[in-house]
Ligand binder design. Structure first.
Ligand SMILES: [Zn+2]
Ligand SMILES: [Zn+2]
Ligand SMILES: [Zn+2]
Length: 274
């Protein structure tokens, strides 16, 4: 199947036809990206020599919703990612947490040239402000205060941020359009609140951050955890992203998930229509 192309200037109707939303994976790497700086591991060496889907920039994802372009997270080189993938308009930015690889590109939006909504949980907003990351955004950003578990309603869809365990306060996102539900599970421990499990249960699509294949730790899910979660909570479709160089290379990971139904591995530039 030919890859989907975005047409940023088209209206939602003409661009999407019967689609509920488009999801554009701008960067699918973890904190250090692939290849990682100065790393000689086999995965990074292959990425440097073969390129393609083995290369992963740090994590950013664009949800094209009805009349609303929602960017989730702003890694340090976000400007370059937006340019590379033809993104010329953003209505809102949702920030999941304060880790460098997820937020530090926000400073570049001081020069974005048009207003954007900043959908940020209040405590996170305070911390980013104290770190000086929002100083340049006074003229550009509207802060729309988000609260964990509380829906932010738009015309035709709504989003609900939910808390996850991740060393620092961190928020996933549930996106609802009529009876269709997409969950973006940001950096998160496999230990989930009962509330988060309720939100994930029966999701039409779960996008999970899985830096590692089977390494377990307190702060992240791994691929095996995400596959288990899909089964456990009756999730219909799973996409893995935020992949680290210690995880399997793209082709190997793709071959592994082939035996599971409705599981995909994201790559930089992947555009999904749902
Ligand atoms: Zn490496
Ligand atoms: Zn993190
Ligand atoms: Zn991360």
């Amino acid at each position: 199947m030919a890859p989907l192309q975005r047409h940023p200037k088209d209206g939602f109707g003409s661009r999407y036809g019967d689609a509920i939303m488009y999801i554009h994976f701008l960067g699918t790497g973890a904190a250090e990206g692939i290849p990682a700086i100065n790393c000689r591991c086999a995965h990074c060496v292959r990425a440097r020599t073969q390129g393609g889907k083995l290369i992963r920039e740090r994590n950013a994802i664009l949800f094209s919703l009805q009349d609303y372009e929602l960017l989730v997270d702003t890694p340090p080189h976000i400007g370059e990612l937006l340019a590379r993938h033809g993104v010329e308009h953003i209505d809102g930015i949702f920030l999941t947490h304060e880790h460098y690889d997820h937020v530090n590109g926000i400073v570049d939006f001081a020069y974005w040239g048009e207003r954007v909504d900043l959908l940020v949980e209040q405590g996170l907003h305070q911390r980013l402000k104290r770190q000086g990351l929002l100083a340049g955004l006074k003229q550009v950003g509207f802060h729309l205060v988000c609260r964990q578990g509380v829906a932010v309603r738009f015309d035709g869809f709504f989003i609900t941020p939910f808390a996850v365990l991740h060393g620092v306060p961190c928020f996933g996102l549930a996106i609802y359009y009529e009876d269709f539900k997409v969950i973006y599970l940001s950096d998160s421990s496999v230990e989930l609140t009962h509330q988060a499990r309720c939100l994930i249960r029966g999701a039409d699509l779960l996008i999970a951050n899985t830096p590692f294949f089977d390494r377990s730790g307190n702060e992240h899910l791994n691929v095996l955890d995400a596959l288990h979660l899909k089964d456990d909570l009756g999730v219909k479709r799973l996409i893995l992203t935020h992949i680290n160089h210690h995880n399997r290379p793209h082709d190997e990971l793709e071959a592994y998930v082939e035996e599971f139904e409705n599981v995909q591995v994201a790559y930089d530039g992947m555009l999904v229509k749902v």
